[in-house]
Design a protein around this ligand. Structure first.
Ligand code: ADP
Ligand code: MG
Length: 331
């Protein structure tokens, strides 16, 4: 466990973001690329030496404002997705409450990011669906503009592909939630007490025949230039003792639930891959009480943990390395 401490604004979240962005290809604060790169600089480079399966690896991630990023593993270019297999990561930040309290998109993002770790088929499915959705949107706008019958034929082909991939995506999301549920349930009970009951329900307005739904929605979709039906509109409903956690639970309960989901996913990935993901914790001590902090460290007992804090955290004896950060420099 590496503890990085420093006052506010010194660069604690930046270091977690740099690692997280390289290992997952996404910013945990959903920041656009322009906000990730230092102001007035054309680009950024993150370079990490990683030991994975006893192999020493050099990972270099060049992030550019104008060009696509490049990710190099031992100086050979690789895809972002491959990185998730090489070094899976669990990120825990003060923003994670949004999984429960935020819009449906935050819950879809959580589950789709989780699917990426569930094997290449699931990861491809998430990617393909997003890609098809983008292509369909530009096709819809093109048809609205020129109304060519050839483009309409292409749209039917797209809809078939989108329906197929969408149905697979929904079934994979459901399977994942089914696997996640018992682990999350146990973790939540461990924090909140045994008489709390949670439920997780996948919420969709689409029937199992997505193709027919796309056909039915086509006229409207052409007018609006977006796809109005499909798994990109679905949600996950978490309930505590029968109450919808998004709207009816207290912040403390939402926090415990978000915590249980993230650590539950950590366990699920570990069971799948046989090894703990790297754990990145950004300033969670200001959010979580001691009991929960201990729980994180207990679940991630065998993991490499990198944790930032603005508070004094001297009493934890598990810390192997202590670093201070000041004005963006580790000292
Ligand atoms: N793209 C950027 N370019 C330059 N500075 C930035 C950029 N993004 C954030 N900062 C600044 O970097 C500093 C460190 O931020 P952060 O890592 O969030 O600090 P901490 O987590 O330690 O409170 C802050 O002063 C912030 O305003
Ligand atoms: Mg911070």
């Amino acid at each position: 466990m590496t503890l990085i401490s420093g006052r506010n604004g010194q660069g604690k979240s930046s270091i977690i973001e740099a690692l997280g962005f390289t290992l997952t290809g996404r910013s945990f604060r959903s920041a656009p690329k322009d906000a990730i790169i230092r102001k007035n600089e054309p680009g950024a480079v993150v370079r990490c030496e990683i030991i994975a399966n006893e192999r020493e690896l050099l990972v270099e991630h060049a992030i550019n404002r104008a060009r696509p990023d490049t990710l190099l593993l031992n100086r050979n270019e690789i895809q972002r997705r491959e990185m998730t297999r090489i070094a899976p990561v669990t990120i825990f930040t003060t923003r994670d409450l949004e999984i429960i309290s935020g819009s449906p998109e935050s819950r879809r993002t959580f589950i789709d990011n989780a699917l990426i770790y569930m094997g290449p088929r699931a990861a491809n499915c998430v990617d393909n669906y997003e890609k098809l959705l983008r292509h369909r949107a530009s096709l819809l706008r093109k048809i609205a503009f020129n109304n060519s019958s050839e483009d309409l034929d292409t749209l039917s082909v797209f809809d078939q592909a989108l329906a197929n991939e969408g149905e697979v995506l929904v079934s994979m999301r459901r399977t994942l939630l089914t696997k996640l549920f018992p682990i999350v349930n146990t973790l939540y009970a461990g924090i909140a007490g045994n008489n709390e009951s949670i439920t997780i329900e996948y919420a969709t307005k689409t029937s199992t025949d997505l193709y027919s739904e796309l056909l039915r929605a086509r006229f409207d979709d052409l007018k609006r230039g977006v796809t109005s039906v499909g798994p990109h509109r679905d949600d996950v409903i978490f309930s505590l003792n029968g109450l919808n956690a998004r709207h009816e639970s207290s912040q403390g309960e939402q926090r415990s639930l978000a915590f249980s989901l993230i650590m539950g996913l950590h366990e699920l990935i570990r069971d799948r891959l046989g090894d703990d993901p790297i754990v990145l914790l950004d300033d969670i001590f200001s959010e979580l009480d001691q009991e929960r902090v201990d729980k994180v460290l207990q679940v991630a007992e065998k993991a490499q943990v990198i944790v930032t804090t603005s508070a004094d955290y001297s009493r934890n004896t598990k810390v192997g390395q202590r670093l201070r950060i000041e004005s963006g420099q580790l000292v």
